[in-house]
Design a protein around this ligand. Structure first.
Ligand code: SAM
Length: 372
């Protein structure tokens, strides 16, 4: 079947244009062209990962010949903290550290300590969380907690060891992830969320075993629709299992009911087990676009700001950090970038026939580069 490619319009402005824009005062009330505030900043601290999940970093592409970023390209912790302060002044209340695998970044606790000292515009502590494959979590949970990390999200795609080892493609066992989750629970990195990417025909038979395992655990299991991020995972719509079907399958075994969102812009739709078994969530990025209240910005490992998970270009903030620019100038640039934001990729795609791609799929940024 032929795939229709529709170029993304309004590609991102250049650094020069952003600095040339009228100075934008810091009010903490920044919003974009669709009246969406800036609340959530995801910071990728490394583009490297020790897993090779086929839906994210397929080993055929991310192999020994792949050019990962050199150390000098990465933002230092001081640079990240400087930008974080600027974003927080514009209204960011939550920071998620991600990657790649964020726990591969040496001394990450130092960055967490810096972030933990910041407060939001309304004077509350910043909500600091981290997404991890948990391979190093058992070892690091205590030091992360001590540094000021509040909670973690762990990715786990199956309870069945053979399926999981095959999906992570580095033969990593389920037991070690579960051990990481256990230690994170013990040290109080709560509430813990468990993300399962559901790929039809690959791990959809694991929905019930995962539900069974995490019911009554206090941890919130969330089922994520397999997304067409990046350009290397060979995404196909027929491998997406719509969240509605995930809920149907669950409901047949463990009756569930919806619960209200915690806050506007929450990615997961919340459900609870009717028998008091706890909460679950579904993230329907493919079948139910949630662009209209997307309040997330993403900062890549080398300091490029992305306004949408499906973007193909970012704004180079590292050039500003390493140039001779003041905090006020960088703040104004960030403010102007967000102010002009009009991205709504998933909504546009949802309005088109199933196999239509928007933009140049080859150029779309990889999830491992900007973080999930
Ligand atoms: N290494 C960390 C981890 O495993 O959680 C953080 C980075 S990973 C890119 C963040 C999240 O993105 C994970 O939960 C992962 O499962 C999810 N993810 C990656 N590619 C995806 C895709 N194509 N569709 C849906 N979720 C995806």
């Amino acid at each position: 079947m032929s795939v229709r490619i529709i170029p993304i319009v309004n590609q991102l402005a250049t650094r020069v244009a952003d600095l040339a824009a009228p100075p934008l005062p810091v009010t903490g009330l920044l919003s974009d062209t669709l009246a969406r505030p800036l609340r959530d900043l995801r910071i990728s601290v490394t583009d490297r990962c020790n897993f090779r999940c086929s839906y994210c970093m397929p080993s055929e592409v991310f192999n020994k010949d792949y050019a990962f970023l050199p150390q000098t390209s990465l933002l230092s912790f001081e640079e990240i903290a400087r930008l974080a302060r600027i974003f927080v002044a514009h209204g960011v209340e939550k920071i998620r550290l991600t990657g790649g695998e964020p726990l591969l970044r040496k001394n990450l606790e130092v960055l967490i300590e810096m972030l933990a000292r910041m407060t939001t515009v309304s004077g509350k502590p910043l909500d600091i969380t981290l997404t991890t494959n948990a391979s190093l979590l058992a070892k690091k949970a205590q030091s992360l907690k001590d540094a000021g990390l509040q909670r973690v999200t762990v990715s786990l795609d199956a309870m069945d060891d053979a399926i999981f080892r095959k999906m992570n493609d580095v033969d990593f066992p389920v037991a070690d992830v579960l051990r990481g989750i256990e230690v994170a629970n013990k040290v109080g990195l709560l509430p813990i969320k468990i993300n399962m990417v559901v790929k039809r025909g690959t791990n959809d038979q694991e929905i019930l075993p995962m539900a069974r395992h995490f019911r009554h655990s206090g941890n919130v299991l969330r089922f994520i629709e397999y997304m067409d991020v990046g350009a290397t995972n060979g995404w196909r719509m027929d491998e997406v299992l719509p969240s509605a079907q995930v809920i149907e399958r669950l409901h047949a075994h463990f009756p569930v009911a919806t619960i209200d969102a915690n806050y506007l812009g929450e990615t997961a739709e919340r459900w609870r087990y009717a028998d008091g078994g706890g909460e679950i969530g579904v993230i329907s990025s493919v079948t139910q676009a949630f662009c209209s209240d997307c309040n997330r910005a993403r900062l890549s490992t080398e300091g490029r700001l992305f306004l949408c998970l499906f973007a193909s270009q970012g704004h180079d903030l590292r050039a500003l950090l390493r140039g001779n620019f003041s905090d006020e100038q960088i703040s104004s640039a960030v403010g102007n970038i967000w102010h002009k934001r009009d991205d709504r990729y998933s909504e546009l795609r949802a309005a088109l026939p199933a196999d239509t791609q928007i933009g140049d799929g080859k150029k779309r940024v990889e999830m491992s580069y900007i973080g999930g």
